[in-house]
Design a protein around this ligand. Structure first.
Ligand code: GLN
Length: 244
């Protein structure tokens, strides 16, 4: 048992979790538990209070109508969340949640939804729904590292400024089906279109998030004890390079 602790806030699980994205929380919970790291998990929904001092924020995916309510409520916490981002908190947004981490999401037949703008990105609803398996290459998790998942979105996301892609598309559409980018990263804030859910098939990314969160909280580098990820990488390989 270590004395290491982390705090995770799950943003709007009652609204943005229709693709089983809560599986990402389970992975972070277990990978901390298996290493004796105490992970406090707090759910935050409309009407709750959000306080400072969070190490990891998670926001899942959802349909346009849920995004309307979340977009409105998020504006009350834009400054707080931006301060946390500047303080190197780790964010992971999936699809609809990712879109609201950017400047805005313009749905087909609704008002523009304001995001919290911690990612220099914007999203507009496209005419095609991208549905299928995705394989993408990520260049900061070791040689030939890949990410896999399942995409289901019509939003087309475009990055600018210091916000870089999280990965490069090998198979699938990713951000917009045109520029071969998948997801986004700025500081420790990550967004991705990969459902599945994402982290169970990408344990190396889950560990990267935990390391970044520990570094942020304790201002020190940590080498995590390796885990037996045989099963997780069997699941990874079951999707790897699998076309639609
Ligand atoms: N409603 C958004 C879109 O269709 C997000 C969907 C999602 O979260 N999977 O692009």
């Amino acid at each position: 048992m270590t004395n290491l602790k982390l705090k995770l806030v799950h943003l709007y699980p009652l609204f943005l979790n229709i693709y089983g994205d809560i599986g990402n929380i389970r992975v972070l919970q277990k990978r901390c538990e298996w290493r004796g790291i105490e992970l406090e998990i707090q759910q935050f929904n409309i009407g709750d209070n959000l306080d400072i001092g969070t190490d990891i924020f998670f926001i899942g995916g959802g349909q346009d109508r849920q995004q309307v309510e979340v977009s409105e409520d998020l504006q009350k916490y834009k400054t707080l969340l931006t301060d946390e981002y500047e303080n190197n908190a780790v964010f992971l947004g999936i699809c609809g949640g990712y879109q609201l981490m950017g400047e805005y999401y313009q749905p087909h037949d609704a008002e523009r939804l304001e995001g919290i703008n911690i990612l220099d990105a914007h999203t507009v609803a496209g005419s095609t729904r991208f549905i299928g398996n995705v394989t993408a290459k990520i260049d900061y998790l070791g040689e030939n590292s890949t990410l896999v998942g399942f995409e289901n979105h019509s939003g087309l996301t475009y990055l600018r400024g210091d916000t870089k892609p999280m990965a490069e598309i090998i198979i699938g559409n990713g951000n917009n089906g045109a520029d071969k980018t998948e997801g986004a990263r700025s500081k420790n804030a990550f967004g991705t279109y990969l459902h599945g859910s994402f982290l169970p098939k990408n344990p190396h990314f889950a560990d990267y998030m935990i390391k970044l969160a520990l570094q942020k909280r304790y201002n020190d580098e940590f080498n995590l004890e390796p885990l037996d990820d045989t099963l997780e990488f069997k699941a990874h390989e079951s999707v790897l390079n699998k076309a639609y």
